[in-house]
Write a protein that binds this ligand. Structure first.
Ligand SMILES: [Zn+2]
Length: 327
């Protein structure tokens, strides 16, 4: 039978929290096991049961309205395109988006004492209010480390947000994931200079407990400025067209040094990850042209947030950079 009453204790909502995380907090506050809470909700969650089925009973037991739950928990937003205020630009709960702990100081400030796991969009790497690294490598709230020793990483966080405003979230999101892979691959292949400066960056961060910072966290936080600059290059419609134009590749590659992403960059051979990125793009566009369907790319170039249904911003949409064949 569906529940008819509120639980004795309620818990504050937190923006972009996962449903599992919210259930865990609500159960803990009421001294229930998560399974006991699920039994109370009385919804059999089979593989194909939409998660929105949980919303009405959860509204009853949590004391919030269904509308408030939807505003806080993105899994309850049932559509990818919407014009409803508050539901636009919210993380899509799918496998492309990460789930990580929210900034532990922001959580504390909201009056919550247990960890909150959130759906993260790709640019949520530094909490600018508390100067805490909340990006890659943070599995637990305690992994979040004070970022003040790396002021360029803090600046890169602002730069990153500007890139999204300029090029559009979808393109910067895709570019950032590629940029991270490309840059970390370069780190394996090429000598980075000067060595002391690199070591200084990689050892700048420390936990108050004295516990060493994990290698992957040190690497992504330490080179965040370069990764964001490379994202700007990869997300640019203009530079993508240059790279794909006949004879344009050399100027595109030169831009890597000009933008101070990797000084003196010259690809060693065809297996260089940036060259591979260009080849993959050409392959993607050729496939779309072959089927004469630009929408095919929506599967590869997915959105990371809900978007407007009408009046979509111009930065959401692009045209194919390859010359269309004549028929
Ligand atoms: Zn914070």
């Amino acid at each position: 039978m569906p529940p008819s009453r509120r639980l004795p204790r309620t818990v504050p909502l937190f923006r972009d929290e996962t449903v599992d995380s919210f259930l865990a907090r609500l159960a803990a506050a009421n001294h229930l096991d998560i399974e006991e809470l699920r039994a109370l909700l009385d919804v059999r969650m089979l593989k194909k049961t939409p998660i929105t089925e949980l919303r009405p009973p959860l509204a009853t037991v949590s004391g919030y309205t269904e509308h408030h739950l939807t505003l806080a928990l993105p899994e309850f937003i049932a559509t990818k395109r919407t014009d409803t205020p508050g539901l636009i630009d919210r993380p899509l709960p799918d496998s492309h988006n990460a789930q990580r702990p929210a900034c532990r100081f922001c959580v504390h400030r909201a009056g919550i004492t247990s960890p909150v796991i959130c759906w993260m969009t790709h640019e949520r790497n530094v909490c600018l209010r508390h100067l805490l690294w909340i990006g890659d490598g943070c599995q637990q709230p305690e992994d979040q480390v004070d970022i003040t020793p790396l002021p360029d990483t803090v600046l890169a966080q602002r730069h990153h947000r500007n890139l999204i405003a300029r090029h559009g979230r979808r393109w910067v999101g895709l570019a950032f994931h590629s940029a991270k892979e490309i840059f970390l691959d370069w780190k394996e292949r090429y000598e980075f200079h000067p060595e002391e400066a690199v070591t200084r960056r990689l050892t700048a961060l420390s936990h108050p407990s004295g516990k060493p910072v994990a290698d992957d966290l040190a690497l992504t936080a330490g080179f965040h400025p370069e990764i964001v600059r490379l994202s700007g290059l990869l997300a640019s419609d203009h530079w993508e067209r240059v790279a794909l134009r006949k004879g344009g590749l050399a100027s595109f590659l030169d831009e890597v040094s000009h933008r101070n992403i990797l000084g003196g960059y010259e690809p060693e051979d065809r297996s260089d990850p940036l060259l591979k990125w260009v080849r993959d793009r050409v392959g993607n566009y050729n496939m779309a042209l072959h089927f004469n369907r630009w929408e095919i790319l929506a599967f590869l170039f997915h959105d990371e947030t809900t978007r407007r249904l009408t009046k979509r911003p111009a930065t959401d949409l692009r045209t194919c950079p390859l010359p269309l064949p004549h028929y």
